[in-house]
Design a protein around this ligand. Structure first.
Ligand code: 5GP
Ligand code: ZN
Length: 111
């Protein structure tokens, strides 16, 4: 999608601190981290929200979680604990309309 911030980051048109990349998934540091570790993991293909991923393309979610698992280990939070979350639409608090998983950790998180 041409006018999407995370598509532009995925296309390397806008800089980000990229921590993982393959053909389908990109992970980069959140620009406004809520914790010592705050990464965003996105499909390179544009889906506005989780609602917009067709059932037969949901394998991308497993792949994102595989990346989350490896990044949690790499960033030293796998055993201490961390949080993954995805916000969907207005009441879910979604601000950027390109599916992204937050990986947050490195401090005690509260409910
Ligand atoms: P949402 O509320 O949509 O789930 O979260 C969007 C996240 O994207 C926020 O945590 C925000 O800090 C992050 N973000 C917004 N703009 C940029 C940007 O230009 N670069 C990076 N790396 N993160 C961004
Ligand atoms: Zn996009």
């Amino acid at each position: 999608m041409t006018d999407c911030l995370f598509c532009k980051i995925a296309a390397h048109e806008i800089p980000a601190e990229i921590v993982f990349e393959n053909d389908r998934v990109l992970a980069f540091k959140d620009i406004n981290p809520k914790a010592p570790v705050h990464l965003l993991i996105v499909p390179k293909k544009h889906y506005a929200t989780l609602n917009d991923i067709p059932d037969d393309e949901m394998e991308i979610i497993a792949e994102i979680h595989r990346v989350v698992k490896h990044l949690a280990r790499e960033f030293g939070v796998a055993d201490r604990g961390y949080r993954t979350l995805v916000n969907t639409n207005a009441e879910g608090g979604q601000v950027i309309f390109h599916v992204h998983y937050h990986l947050i950790g490195g401090r005690q998180l509260r409910a």
